[in-house]
Design a protein around this ligand. Structure first.
Ligand code: SAM
Length: 344
């Protein structure tokens, strides 16, 4: 057999068994494996110690750990000549339930039955050209579904909060200048206010207004320097010096994005205001570290929203211009999102 064909016979199993990685990582989070290993301060834990701490079957845990070590999610090191123990890796630290960089809540959202069901309707969506896979699976769009199902709303809010912690830290570290000179900032679709809470803590000259749907802000925690306001961004956005939109526009089609951006324009001063957008910018021609992530996120938008998508720079420029923003810049930072600044 030719080399390429022999490799294909192996590679096909990635797709046959692709779901196992997500499912076993979900299992590791639910068991709290990373949290227990972290509490050991780098001391390796034997299988007997780990299974006893987690109250798990040793034989099943052994097989789970063997799989996750093979995937480089955890590490196994020698303790002495006869025994080995499990330790954390940089990747497993991201699976701790708590912690500034934790992505655990995001894994739990994407692996939840509610979010997995629409994937079965992707081909139907392609054939029907536009019908939403989420709506086909659940009878209403993701935001209405969340409003009526508090447990799912909490899964979304927690996932967005963990993403916000990672993304805001990257934005502040790489491009804090984008917030210089801004006295008040409205975070449109800001979820539970985590983004603004972090931002105001680092940039205390900013007064934060966290704006989201009423059912989201009603359960949001308090943050110093942040006021929560509930409402609908398609109707009216609270006034501020600048508006911030992170991972909101990618949930919507072009027409909805133009409407949201026009509402942002009404909320900020005409001469000094700006809209700051944190979103992926797909570069179809060049390689970069985040390309696979942004193309996969585009598939997530296809499965979970009616018309949402990840956009190329040309597509962003079209939407901004149609909303009446004729001056805009983009800065690529070390994050999935780039920072687009648009001036009215
Ligand atoms: C993908 S989440 C992004 C959350 C946050 N900006 C982040 O990056 O972590 C989109 C947010 O938009 C909010 N949203 C959806 N429809 C909205 C509307 N009509 N008005 C205000 N917020 C809305 C959702 O409740 C959700 O919190």
């Amino acid at each position: 057999m030719e080399n390429e064909e022999a490799q294909a016979q192996v590679d096909i199993w990635k797709y046959v068994l692709g779901f196992t990685e997500m499912a076993v990582v979900q299992c590791a989070i639910e068991l709290g494996i990373a949290d227990v290993l972290e509490s050991q301060d780098g001391r390796p834990m034997t299988l007997a110690e780990l299974s006893s701490t987690l109250s798990c079957s040793p034989s099943i845990l052994y097989r789970i750990m063997r799989f996750l070590i093979r995937r480089k999610i955890f590490k196994e090191i020698s303790i002495d000549q006869e025994s080995t123990g499990y330790v954390q890796s940089p990747l497993s630290r991201l699976l701790m339930r708590k912690g500034d960089n934790s992505m655990a809540a995001f894994v739990l959202l994407e692996s939840s039955p509610v979010m997995l069901a629409p994937w079965h309707g992707l081909s139907a969506r392609a054939l029907a050209n536009g019908a939403s896979a989420f709506t086909a699976a659940h009878g209403e769009d993701v935001w209405r579904y969340a409003a009526e199902n508090p447990a799912h709303s909490k899964l979304i809010d927690d996932a967005m909060a963990c993403h916000a912690r990672v993304a805001m830290s990257a934005i502040i570290e790489n491009y804090v200048d984008v917030f210089k000179g801004i006295g008040s900032l409205v975070d449109v679709g800001g979820g539970d206010g985590t983004s603004l809470g972090i931002l105001v803590n680092k940039c205390p000259w900013i007064r934060g207004i966290n704006f989201d749907l009423p059912h989201v802000v009603s359960t949001a925690q308090n943050w110093d320097g942040v006021e929560h306001i509930g409402g609908d961004m398609f109707k009216k956005i609270p006034k501020a010096d600048a508006a911030f939109l992170m991972w909101v526009l990618h949930d919507w089609g072009d027409d909805e994005c133009i409407n949201i951006l026009k509402k942002c324009k009404e909320a900020i001063p005409r001469d000094t205001g700006k809209v700051i957008i944190a979103e992926a910018v797909i570069n179809e021609k060049e390689e970069n570290r985040y390309k696979d992530v942004s193309l996969a996120l585009d598939m997530v938008m296809m499965a979970h929203t009616d018309k949402g998508k990840e956009r190329t720079w040309k597509e962003w420029a079209n939407v901004l211009t149609a909303a009446g923003f004729y001056r805009y810049t983009v800065k690529h930072i070390q994050a999935v999102q780039s920072i687009i600044e648009a001036y009215p």
